[in-house]
Design a protein around this ligand. Sequence first.
Ligand code: SF4
Ligand code: SF4
Length: 410
Amino acid sequence: MMETSTTPIWELRDIIIEAGATDIYKCYQCGKCASVCPWYQTEAVNFPTYKFPLAAQLGRIASSEGKEELAREVEEVYRCVGCEACVEQCPQGVNIPNTLRAVRRILVDYGSYPDTLKPVVSKIHNVGNPLGEPGEKRRDWAKDLAIPLFQPGMEYLYFPGCFPAYDPRLRKVATSTAKVLKKAGVSFGILGEKEWCCGEAIRRAGAEKIFQEAAQSNISAFRNAGVKKVVVTSPHCYTTFKNEYPLLGADFEVFHITQLFYQLIEEGKLKPHQLSQLPELGEPNDSKSQRAKDPIKVVYHDPCTLGRQNGIYEEPRGVLKNIPGLELLEIGDFSHQFALCCGGGSGGLWLDWPKGERMADIRVQQAIETGAKVLAVACPYCLQMFEDSVKTMNLGLKVMDIAELLAESL
Ligand code: SF4
Ligand code: SF4
């Protein structure tokens, strides 16, 4: 990360502070952040997070002039997944991911950022989603369900987000969600092609200008449609709508879908039935009749952006606890605010780390050690990261979104 020379580069320090690293001087180098960083759990990676605030104070972060040395520094700066485990534990309230985001903004301005992120940024700029799919197909997931476009007078705008709108696997999360909302009699519509990527991931990757474009596009679309309440599938949409869009002029309430599901169950508008089996649940040693009697063991993974960053821990668990036939398990010391990140945040979804450097591999191993057959998630990034790991590690674990489990029970 730092060059061997210790000469400070004050000009770079000032640019980093200007770009958002305002609390670097509070760091007193205790090292607590490094001990809770998920990279600490990987055997192959040394990621000394405590060095970043000091390096930023000296302007000696991603400052090399040599091409190879700079590439190594850039790789390090982009390892941070924005999980905020360090933020929660720092006794000084230093926000390391914000410092790294500030550095990334400078790197993006100079085009010195990972090649795999460049097409993601340009696709969002060009067509409003990281998959590069045409806007007119954004509503295709809903075509068999007759979901209407949002009209004034409807209570909620359902905002599935990019992957649930386009990705063939993740579309099942959006369709399950819509089926549950319809079953509960919720008044909702969608925006279809007027919906753009929320921009959260690219903002954390440093592409601030494209984030601003995406945010303004959504804010205008919501305002023009008369939207007052938005319910989202992705915690990444949730946090950026709730905590960042209001600073850009947005004026709407936002709910994560697990909050609404739980509310609907509490109000008696959803009554889950006994779930005795799940399609594709691989249990080769269990007979079907035994499986019908035994509860399905499910372990819940707290997405960083939903749990640690927004304090939503109990509603997702509340939904799962209200599905008869499920037994909810926890991942011992790595649950709630101590949950290990899946590795997909802040651009991590598009950075292909080699075996031995994947947080999701560690997390699915933790999940399977609980005895669970299902790993329940509430985030499209987590679902993709964990399904990839389960596949490459050949584990007998099914990854399902809470919306899918709830839809199965209705
Ligand atoms: S925990 Fe906070 S004060 Fe301690 S080294 Fe990390 S950033 Fe600095
Ligand atoms: S946000 Fe997470 S990944 Fe980034 S430095 Fe902090 S603990 Fe490590």
